[in-house]
Design a binder for this molecule. Structure first.
Ligand code: NAD
Length: 502
């Protein structure tokens, strides 16, 4: 079909679509205007808005992207995908900017609402995780590549998949969703989310706010859709749905295995249990500061957060002393035993995992200490103390601000124990050392997606180290820190013997 005819056809389709949205043309009401706050970007709360969106009638009753059924959400996201395909990449860039601006401007309110709903983590970090969404890469990553030679010109471009199914964790409900939206829509896709039920309200509030602003800016609703009352069954429906082209799953072992078993392309950001090795050459003050900063971040909810430390005997006591100077509070052996009894119950079957007490996940260090009758000084960020590898805090992903320190004979033994404690997740490992041989040995053995030297875990996501941010670190499927290219198909466009003019 000649380009001119194609162009005329898409212009006519766009005009008809626009007309269909005007009042009195049978297409429902126009998109609501966002609240004025100088920037056109609204400050919004998680409360349910009064009206249902313009595309709702056509797409099964959605409320600015919030749907009751997977079928309706997929249909709406498919319709939005088809509209997005007819839009320029500049419109995707507008979407990216909207998500970044809304997260920054609503960070305080949304962070508070996320904490109130999930009841895990720290307010300062809930807010910060939304403020830093601006570090997530967008359309600027879609750089095409080319080959040019005697036989013409070949261009490699990045095409979207279509509708993506997204699963988000309770540990960072809205930040994960917002980062995924930026990556996925920048790449030209739309998305249906099944959020964690305990973080669904804030996720839905974000989706409503995003869609309102998208509709205002580029005239498309439902670029992002979400299931209002998510369940394991609705997640499974997404995994099986014919209208979903790929999955992006961020969560623990159960959902990671379910996604790996789904018969779809899956980007799986699975669990971790990041170990830290500290050898005799390390800068101990920097190591202690880094461990406290990383493990105390959002009360150790980060999948990349430092969960257990293996330190060589010759510097062990000095390292523990440095922890005390950096915001840590040292528990005695009996205090650690008491906390362990509260935090874990014995495995259900011989050789199985100790069972984590979810009520303690993401609680403040002072709250954990209180449970065992200890009052910690104000400003305490992290509890720590000496344990051995038989303590369940070492092999289990505890997600609470207590970090066990295990004494090792030498760096070789510390690295071997670190390797065992990570269970082959291949997620994240950290070393504090000035010995490049130890770094190399650990890097090779651990084979993790993130390997951080001499900094806190967050430096692996561009926060104090080089690189960019995402809250979905794809580990078993190997994509690493996700970015727009993770959600594209590589397309080769070939012109034979023409267009090369040298
Ligand atoms: P979770 O596994 O309990 O829940 C994650 C999501 O999966 C939720 O939406 C939940 O409803 C759903 N789900 C759980 N089991 C399922 C199943 N069998 N089938 C379908 N859906 C299922 O995890 P969480 O407590 O919300 O988050 C913490 C976990 O996520 C930790 O293990 C952490 O390491 C991991 N995580 C990984 C990354 C990463 O980037 N790799 C990021 C954040 C969290």
């Amino acid at each position: 079909m000649p380009a001119t005819e194609q162009t005329i056809r898409s212009v006519v389709e766009e005009v008809l679509a626009e007309l269909g949205k005007r009042p009195g043309t049978g297409g429902g009401a126009p998109p609501a205007r966002v609240n004025g706050n100088g920037s056109g970007i609204p400050v919004m709360s998680a409360g349910r808005p009064a009206r249902v969106s313009a595309g709702a009638a056509a797409s099964g009753g959605g409320d600015w992207g919030v749907f009751q059924s997977v079928d309706a959400a997929v249909a709406a996201a498919q319709e939005a995908f088809e509209q997005l395909q007819r839009k320029p990449i500049a419109d995707r860039a507008k979407v990216v900017n909207i998500v970044k601006s809304l997260c920054e401007q609503n960070a305080e309110q949304w962070g508070r609402e996320e904490l109130e709903e999930t009841k895990i983590g720290r307010l300062d970090h809930k807010i910060e995780k939304l403020q830093i969404i601006k570090l997530v890469p967008g359309t600027e990553w879609l750089k095409s590549d080319s080959f040019s030679g005697d036989h013409g010109l070949t261009v490699i471009e990045y095409a979207p998949f279509g509708v993506i199914g997204g699963i988000t964790p309770v540990t960072h409900s809205l930040p994960t969703l917002a980062g995924n939206v930026i990556n996925m829509v920048a790449a030209g896709n739309t998305v249906v989310f099944n959020p964690h039920p305990s973080g669904a309200r804030i996720a839905c509030a974000g989706v409503r706010a995003f869609n309102r602003a998208f509709a205002e800016a580029i005239g498309i609703e439902n670029l992002v859709t979400i299931i209002e009352q998510p369940t394991i069954e609705s997640a499974d429906e997404i995994f099986q749905h014919r209208g979903i082209r790929m999955l992006c799953v961020t969560g623990g072992p159960g959902v990671a295995s379910a996604a790996l078993a789904a018969r779809k392309k899956s980007v799986v950001a699975g669990p971790g249990n990041p170990p830290v090795v500290v050898d005799e050459t390390a800068d101990l003050d920097n190591a202690a500061r880094s461990i406290v900063a990383g493990a105390a971040y959002d009360n150790n909810l980060l999948c990349i957060g430092e969960k257990q430390v293996f330190a060589v005997n010759s510097i062990f006591d000095d390292l523990l002393a440095a922890m005390g100077r950096s915001g840590g509070y040292k528990l005695s052996g009996p205090q650690i035993d008491a906390l362990t009894r509260l935090a874990f119950s014995p495995p259900k079957e011989p050789g199985g995992h100790a069972v984590l007490n979810r009520d303690l996940v993401g609680k403040d260090a002072a709250v954990l200490a209180e449970q065992i009758g200890v009052r910690v000084p104000a400003g305490t960020q992290l509890l720590y103390g000496e344990a051995d590898t038989s303590n369940p805090f070492v092999p289990e992903e505890q997600m609470m601000p207590f970090v066990p320190f295990v004494r090792a004979r030498d760096a070789e033994q510390a690295i071997a124990m670190a390797h065992e404690s990570e269970h082959g997740f291949g997620h994240t490992a950290v070393i504090h050392s000035r010995n490049v041989h130890n770094m190399t040995t650990m890097g090779k053995l651990m084979n993790t997606t993130l390997f951080i030297k001499n900094g806190p875990c967050m430096s692996g996501l561009g926060l104090g180290g080089e690189g960019y941010l995402s809250f979905s670190v794809a580990t078993p499927t190997g994509e690493g820190v996700t970015n727009p290219l993770t959600f594209t198909r590589s397309r080769r466009c070939v012109m034979v013997d023409e267009l090369r003019i040298v």
